[in-house]
Design a protein around this ligand. Structure first.
Ligand code: ATP
Ligand code: LTN
Length: 337
């Protein structure tokens, strides 16, 4: 019997993968591969809650797999698959929709943000997005879900839904669903926009200067960091509660997440130095982090069959695991099997 704990996470193939996605999520996944049974998916069902161009979505889904692998996710160690290729996600989501309240869904910050951004397309999928996410996690009986800070509210509702379902149908000590925990990185759980540093760095930002894409040219990355919005105080200090300092706080966080050094130590190193020097070093550190990822990504670009094979194998394996949970659920609710 496999005693390793299970990790589940994923990213939506809904745009350019940013430094925020990398530092908040994917970088963290890599280190977990030795100790845990890791399952990482490309969340294409979630991506269509916002209108997508079909050709682009198809391409971006395989590009995202390439990014996972280029960042260090090893297909031999981790289970990788495309969400829409495992029907159990949509099936469990339907069931769990019936155990989730409109009131709790309407309190979700991401729903409020996205419905104000896409006022012409506030669809039911956007509203029930967290239920699908709960299904993703609960199907695999995940212990830990490594995500950025913005997703912690969705982990909370996942726990609530799981506890509710277990409470209705299960005896103490014999639950259908494991209750998962969120897991955030020490630094980089919330990387901010480079142009408006009080806002989250987002892959769907209209202004490309606001985010760093892992696929940007390295010279563009350098320029974006060097022109990041800061303040006129000229002091390199970390003051997380001071919005006026948001730009510098963000660059310090990025530096810390990339180098692994504590923020205090970085601040001490830059005492008496100017923003110009600091930005130059942050830019260099980020470029050096991304350079090998880009090289591996470019190598993979020529090997579509390799990627398709990983997805096929992954979907079969994921379906087996997911099928076990789904059939327990169907039995509990009273479906004839
Ligand atoms: P969108 O902007 O389209 O809503 P997104 O950039 O938030 O997308 P997701 O696919 O929703 O990307 O997120 C994938 C993972 O990246 C999640 O774990 C999320 O918490 C994390 N993440 C996203 N943005 C950031 C950020 N700015 N800082 C840290 N982590 C982030
Ligand atoms: N909602 C997540 C993507 C996502 C996810 C998941 C993350 C969908 N299903 C399950 C962790 C576990 C987001 O990052 N926006």
């Amino acid at each position: 019997m496999d005693e390793k704990k299970t990790i589940f996470s994923g990213v939506q193939p809904s745009g350019n993968i940013t430094l925020g996605n990398y530092l908040g999520a994917i970088k963290n996944w890599v280190n977990l591969q030795e100790e845990y049974r890791c399952i990482y998916a490309m969340m294409d069902l979630h991506a269509i809650t916002v209108r997508q161009n079909p050709q682009e979505l198809r391409k971006r889904t395989l590009d995202l797999l390439k990014i996972y692998i280029a960042c260090g996710i090893d297909p031999e160690k981790s289970l990788l698959f495309i969400q829409s290729q495992v029907p159990h996600h949509a099936q469990l989501a339907w069931v769990l929709n019936c155990y989730t309240y409109m009131g709790e869904l309407s309190r979700m910050t991401q729903f409020k943000d996205k419905s104000s951004k896409h006022a012409d397309n506030i669809n039911a999928g956007l509203f029930t997005y967290p239920v699908l996410m709960a299904s993703d996690i609960l199907l695999y009986q995940a212990d830990l879900v490594p995500v950025g800070k913005d997703q912690m509210q969705h982990i909370e509702i996942t726990r609530d839904i799981a506890e509710r379902f277990n409470g209705v149908y299960c005896q103490e000590g014999n639950p259908v669903f494991k209750i998962p925990e969120g897991f955030m990185p020490k630094a980089g759980a919330k990387v901010m926009s480079l142009t408006e540093p009080t806002k989250k760095m987002s892959k769907s930002d209209e202004n490309p200067k606001a985010y760093i894409s892992l696929l940007d040219d390295l010279s563009v990355i350098e320029k974006k960091i060097k022109s990041a919005v800061t303040d006129s105080e000229g002091v390199i200090e970390y003051r997380p509660d001071d919005d006026a300092k948001a730009g510098i706080n963000n660059l310090l966080t990025i530096m810390s997440a990339v180098t692994g050094k504590d923020i205090d130590k970085i601040v001490a190193e830059y005492q008496g130095k100017g923003y110009g020097d600091f930005k130059k070093d942050v830019a260099e550190a980020v470029v050096e982090e991304i350079r090998p990822i880009r090289a591996r990504y470019d190598e993979l670009s020529n090997d579509k069959q390799y990627l398709v094979d990983i997805c096929e194998k992954g979907a079969i394996e994921a379906s087996k695991i997911a099928g076990r949970t789904l059939s327990k659920v169907y039995k509990k609710v009273g479906f004839v099997q």
